[in-house]
Design a protein around this ligand. Structure first.
Ligand SMILES: *[C@@H]1O[C@H](CO)[C@@H](O)[C@H](O)[C@H]1NC(C)=O
Length: 530
């Protein structure tokens, strides 16, 4: 008994130290290694604007906001967004202000290939990204370039987009053009952003472009082709570019952590199923030793499809050749993660409805704990221990792959005093330190987002920026929030100091503004004298 309680106490201690991530410790073990990369993330449609200039083609989001403007919460669009197509030098200056060493941005497919296909390349689009990437390199910022962050050329969408298997060829051709034009300077390629979210909202529940509602079929077809397209882009790099360019290529996956709602076998299984249907559906085919979809998902969708009277599974099986083609096609995992879910089995979702959905196939429901601090986004509450749990799960399940956190962040209302975001970043980065101490091979962290941007169907109603963007100002002026000053301090000191309490009005940013006002006045005075 004594022995038991001793072990019990030890367990409690370990659990407490793993989940009590608010401890303030400045020991070497609680600091980020010197070579750990810090940066911020954005995506083309969310920040660039310039939707119809310099030969750019129409994307599915350009199309959506013109044909169905009420679909966006504030009837807004990304026509101008943060105007980064023109403001990119200021964006890079902001990265320098933060002390960031890395930037994750995405390239707009229709800016490079206005009609989607590679037979017509828009040189002005190439010129734009060349100038932008050159400016990053000149500022010693390592580019992480996403090839596809949801702005599909509309021409390809009209042929079925990600539900048409031809897209494996279309995407491969596009990737080749990117390697040819930018691969001399871009050494980290992120192929496709978040298949789960893109397929679920774009082809499942019709909340994002292209607004397809097919949660039991289109959803799975989209994911299938994203896995094949990622593999195509990876293999093209291996065959024709890796020797000369020496870079890396990987996919961007997203998942929250999942806790069982109770210790019942059903709920424990439901939490495992959540990870299988959200993360492992995309991760196993690439990162597991055997490849292919998780067997639980294969079996569940097959059984539900049969019960629905279908003659084949809605999760179309890969051939053995395809399994081998996809397996191993990521040099690292780019992981986007924001929150955690509590999961329970809902047995009335039997997976046998006539109108099928992947949610019914999983037959589970989720909620979040009310005590977790709420953001402006209903799906996002702060719970940093889940971040730690997810990283350790990935390490243990997939033989400790190299991971970059390519998105992590918290939404707020406008305003510079963003203490919710400050707490979020401190606690998540502290959980990340715990994961590093546990041996997780995480090499870098990108905050979502560098600046406020077009948050898809939510328009500008949810702000994710370290920098506030004044969306009423034609210049789209950027101002650092308190979180930007805190992040800057973490990057330079490599430790998390919970007592640091900067005033966001007293900033380098403000200094830059007043310096430029002084310059302008000075020029005006000189002009007057002359
Ligand atoms: C279970 O799912 C059904 C069907 O969607 C729903 O009506 C019900 O509210 C869910 N039950 C619980 C406890 O969430």
């Amino acid at each position: 008994m004594a022995r038991f309680s001793c072990i019990f106490a030890l367990c409690c201690l370990l659990t407490a130290s793993a989940s009590n991530i608010r401890i303030k410790s400045l020991s070497a073990a609680r600091s980020f290694p010197a070579n750990f990369g810090f940066g911020a993330s954005t995506a083309s449609y969310q920040i660039e604007g310039a939707w119809d200039v310099d030969g750019k083609g129409i994307s599915i989001w350009d199309y959506l906001v013109r044909t169905d403007p009420n679909h966006i919460a504030d009837n807004s669009n990304g026509d101008i967004a943060a105007n980064s197509y023109y403001n990119y030098k200021r964006d890079i200056e902001m990265l320098k202000e933060l002390g960031a060493t890395h930037y994750r941005f995405s390239i707009s497919w229709p800016r490079i290939l206005p009609l989607g296909r590679s037979n017509y390349v828009n040189q002005r689009g190439i010129d734009h990204y060349n100038a932008f990437i050159d400016e990053l390199i000149a500022n010693d910022i390592v580019p992480f370039a996403t090839m596809y962050h949801w702005d599909l050329p509309q021409t390809l969408s009209e042929l079925g987009g990600w539900t048409n298997e031809e897209i494996v060829d279309w995407f491969g051709d596009y990737a080749r053009i990117l390697y040819q034009n930018f691969g001399d300077r871009v050494k980290h390629w992120l192929t496709i952003n978040e298949p789960y979210i893109h397929c679920n909202f774009g082809y499942g529940y019709g909340r994002h472009a292209p607004l397809i509602q097919s949660p039991g079929e289109g959803y799975y077809e989209c994911g299938r082709h994203i896995l094949l397209a990622n593999a195509r882009a990876y293999r093209i790099y291996n065959e024709d570019f890796r020797n000369t360019q020496n870079g890396q290529v990987g996919i961007v996956l997203s998942s929250d952590w999942a806790y069982p709602a109770s210790d019942s076998a059903d709920d424990i299984q439901a939490a495992e199923d959540y990870l299988a249907f959200h993360l492992r559906l995309y991760m196993d085919p690439i990162f597991s030793a055997q490849g292919n979809y998780p067997q639980t998902v294969i079996d569940r969708v097959q059984a539900a499809s049969t019960a629905q009277g279908l003659t084949a599974s809605r999760l179309r099986p890969f051939t053995q050749e395809q399994i081998e083609y996809i397996r191993g096609t990521s040099d690292f995992l780019a992981l986007n993660t924001y929150s955690s879910k509590i999961v329970y089995r809902n047995s009335s979702l039997t997976g046998t409805f006539v109108v099928p959905s992947h949610n019914d196939d999983a037959f589970l429901d989720t909620y979040m704990d009310d005590s977790w601090p709420a953001s402006e986004s209903p799906w996002l509450r702060e719970h940093a221990p889940g971040f730690y749990n997810l990283l350790v799960y990935i390490k243990d399940t997939y033989n400790n792959p190299t991971v970059y956190i390519t998105e992590n962040g918290f939404s707020s209302t406008p305003g510079l005093h963003d203490d919710g975001r400050v707490n979020y970043y401190r606690n998540y980065l502290s959980a990340l330190l715990d994961a590093l101490a546990e041996g997780c091979d995480v090499r870098g962290y990108f905050a979502w987002s560098l600046m406020d941007n077009f948050e898809w169907a939510m328009g500008y109603t949810q702000r994710f920026g370290l920098y506030q963007v004044d969306m009423e100002d034609p210049q789209r002026t950027r101002t650092p929030r308190k979180s930007a000053l805190v992040y800057k301090e973490i990057i330079s000191s490599r430790v998390i100091d919970y007592d640091y309490n900067p005033d966001p009005y007293d900033t380098d940013g403000a200094f830059t503004v007043s310096a430029s006002i002084i310059m302008t006045l000075g020029v005006a005075v000189i002009n007057m004298v002359l």
